[in-house]
Design a protein around this ligand. Structure first.
Ligand code: RTP
Ligand code: MG
Length: 147
């Protein structure tokens, strides 16, 4: 069982897409174990996007992600990291296929609505950057074995 960090970015919040984005992961049968509506600090944003530090778009990325509230979440499930990346769609809107969140809703490349961890190491680091252990709830969800 795996956990990943997912976050509706400020553009997703502004466009009223929190519910529809969450529904994609609920529909798939994943379990939300933590969630909070929050404003990211600059320091937290820089830690979150540390892998991109030094790249030309780093400043814009930090400005964007701190420009308004986000909805940060931890989700759990088998292969949730890879499967949520597939559900999100490609980073560039011109490559994001219909049926994915970005393919269905995103129209301009830096504003791609959702963040998802790209591997187990980044998932752990990102979860720790946003949530305490106590904020991640341990509960049973009534799911059939085939999901
Ligand atoms: P994210 O981290 O936000 O989930 O997106 P991602 O894995 O699909 O893409 P990543 O390569 O990690 O890039 C992080 C975010 O930076 C912006 N970006 N801008 N101007 C550019 O060339 C450029 N490249 C990336 C995007 O907002 C991307 O989601
Ligand atoms: Mg990324």
């Amino acid at each position: 069982m795996e956990r990943t960090f997912l976050m509706v970015k400020p553009d997703g919040v502004q466009r009223g897409l929190i519910g529809r984005i969450i529904s994609r992961f609920e529909d798939k049968g994943f379990k939300m174990v933590a969630g909070k509506f929050m404003q990211i600090s600059e320091e937290q944003a820089k830690r979150h996007y540390a892998e991109h530090e030094g790249k030309p778009f780093f400043g814009e990325l930090v400005d964007f992600i701190t420009s308004g509230p986000v909805f940060a979440m931890v989700w759990e499930g088998d292969d949730v990291i890879a499967l949520s990346r597939i559900a999100m769609g490609k980073t560039k809107v011109t490559e994001a296929l219909p049926g994915t969140i970005r393919g269905d809703f995103a129209a301009h490349t830096p504003f791609n609505l959702i963040h998802g961890s790209d591997g187990p190491d980044s998932a752990k680091r990102e979860i720790d950057n946003f949530f305490t252990e106590a904020e991640q709830l341990d509960y049973d969800k009534a799911v059939a074995r085939w999901i």
